[in-house]
Design a protein around this ligand. Structure first.
Ligand SMILES: [Zn+2]
Length: 178
C-alpha cells in the first residue's frame, strides 16, 4: 500500500513536472517570438520613417530621373514622327495633274482625293503643246503665226463651262471603271 502511494506521488510529480515544462516552454516561445515580431516591426517602422523624413528620398530621385528619361525619349520619338509626317506631306501634293483634249485645245486640271477638280484657265495648243498666253482680247498659242490657235475672251466663259462639264464626265466614267 505504501508502495502504491509512493508510486502515485511519483507519477503525479512527474505529470506536474511535465506540465510545468510545457507551460514554461510556451511562455518562453511567446516572449521570444513576440519580441522578435515587435523588433521586426519596430525596425521596419524606423526605416520607413527615415525614408519619409529625408529631404530627397533616394527612391523618389530614382523614380523622378526614370520618369524624366522616359518623357524625353517619348517627346523625341513624337517630334521625329511629326517631322516624317510633314516631309511626306510636303513631297506629295493632295492632287494629281491630268489633261483633257477637246477638238481644239488641251486642258490641264488638278483632280483631288475627293474627286473634285480645278481646271487651269489657260489651255495648251494641241499642235505645239504650248500653254496659251493672253492679251487684251485673246488667249492664244505662243506660236500663233504657225497654228492660228486662239480663244477670244467673249467666248471663253461658255467654252470653259463646257470643258468643265466634259472633264466632270471623264472623272465619273473613270471612277466607274475603277
Ligand atoms: Zn500652237
Amino acid at each position: 500500500m505504501k508502495n502504491l502511494l509512493e508510486l502515485s506521488k511519483a507519477y503525479l510529480k512527474k505529470v506536474f513536472s511535465d506540465l510545468h515544462n510545457v507551460i514554461v516552454g510556451i511562455v518562453v516561445v511567446a516572449i521570444v517570438s513576440g519580441g522578435g515580431v515587435y523588433l521586426f516591426f519596430r525596425s521596419l517602422w524606423t526605416q520607413l520613417k527615415s525614408i519619409a523624413q529625408s529631404p530627397t528620398p533616394l527612391w523618389a530621385s530614382g523614380v523622378l530621373c526614370l520618369g524624366l528619361l522616359v518623357y524625353i525619349r517619348v517627346a523625341k520619338v513624337q517630334a521625329k514622327l511629326k517631322e516624317v509626317d510633314q516631309t511626306s506631306t510636303s513631297k506629295t501634293p493632295p492632287y494629281e495633274i491630268q489633261y483633257f483634249d477637246d477638238s481644239k485645245f488641251r486642258w490641264k486640271y488638278k483632280i483631288f482625293h475627293d474627286d473634285s477638280f480645278e481646271v487651269d484657265e489657260n489651255p495648251f495648243c494641241l499642235k505645239h503643246d504650248l500653254q496659251f498666253v493672253c492679251d487684251d482680247t485673246y488667249k492664244f498659242c505662243p506660236s500663233l503665226s504657225e497654228c492660228g490657235c486662239k480663244l477670244p475672251y467673249k467666248h471663253f466663259n461658255q467654252y470653259f463651262a463646257q470643258v468643265e462639264s466634259f472633264i466632270d464626265r471623264q472623272i465619273r466614267n473613270h471612277k466607274k471603271q475603277v
